[in-house]
Design a protein around this ligand. Structure first.
Ligand code: PLP
Length: 231
């Protein structure tokens, strides 16, 4: 974040965080959402907080909040409307990005439970740390960092012979998946690039293991045992 902020300041461009999974994550003691100029969180179906679909935008400059509120609803100044000024002007392009009341009701309830949700996910992640510590051929991502804390969304590992591990897990009725793919595999982003050494080195290895609120510590232990038995 420090490096990105420095580049953004140097070139006078706003920094926008894709913070889809980062609700509850921190960097050097600050919450993700209060560092970049704009941070965008996802409340899609399988995130920490779900509103069915949708999300949250946090904005560092308080002077831009009113603008965001206007352009999320066609550029209409709704607060003026609520005060009875119906004939307000639309002077900038707006969209229809507002959250509806049904989604908001889900979100408000999930927000009340959020601290417990985060704590539970972190507890499951810690159990994975314990289970996978020191194992050959598999490395848990997101451990051992002192100045930052992730939000324990999914549990991602780098595994040798990934397909074999997936088969082994499946044989024990444990779901795993790659989940994300490098963007440059898609033609629309311009096709394969050859200057992404970090992506190249992890591409064949990364795998997501189950981590969700319906799991117990024992489930993680079971997954650990299966992995420890080799693949
Ligand atoms: C890194 C990342 N960014 C953005 C998104 C999209 O979020 P949404 O579905 O709320 O648009 C996702 C979805 O999981 C994601 O993983």
């Amino acid at each position: 974040m420090d490096e990105l902020m420095q580049i953004a300041r140097q070139y006078n461009i706003p920094l926008i965080d894709d913070a889809a999974h980062a609700l509850g994550a921190t960097y050097k003691g600050q919450n993700i959402g209060e560092i970049a100029d704009f941070s965008v969180f996802s409340f899609q179906a399988i995130k920490h907080i779900t509103t069915g679909d949708g999300g949250m935008l946090t904005i560092k400059n308080p002077g831009l909040v009113e603008k965001a509120k206007r352009i999320r609803w066609f550029g209409i100044d709704r607060s003026a409307k609520q005060m009875g000024h119906w004939e307000n002007d639309i002077y900038e392009v707006g969209y229809k990005y507002q959250m509806n009341d049904i989604a908001a009701a889900l979100g408000i309830t999930a927000l009340a439970e959020f601290d417990d949700t985060l704590e539970y996910r972190k507890m499951l992640f810690s159990e994975y740390e314990k289970q996978l510590a020191g194992l050959d051929g598999i490395k848990l991502i997101g451990t051992g960092m002192k100045d930052r804390e992730h939000a324990a969304w999914l549990c991602t590992v780098l595994a040798e012979h990934r397909t074999d591990l997936m088969k082994k897990l499946r044989a024990h009725k444990i779901e795993s998946a790659q989940v994300h793919y490098r963007n440059d595999r898609y033609t629309v982003f311009g096709g394969r690039r050859n200057d992404l050494p970090n992506m190249d080195s992890t591409e064949e290895k990364y795998l997501v293991l189950p981590l969700h609120l319906r799991m117990t510590l024992q489930d993680v232990e079971t997954i650990g045992k299966v992995i420890k038995s080799g693949w």
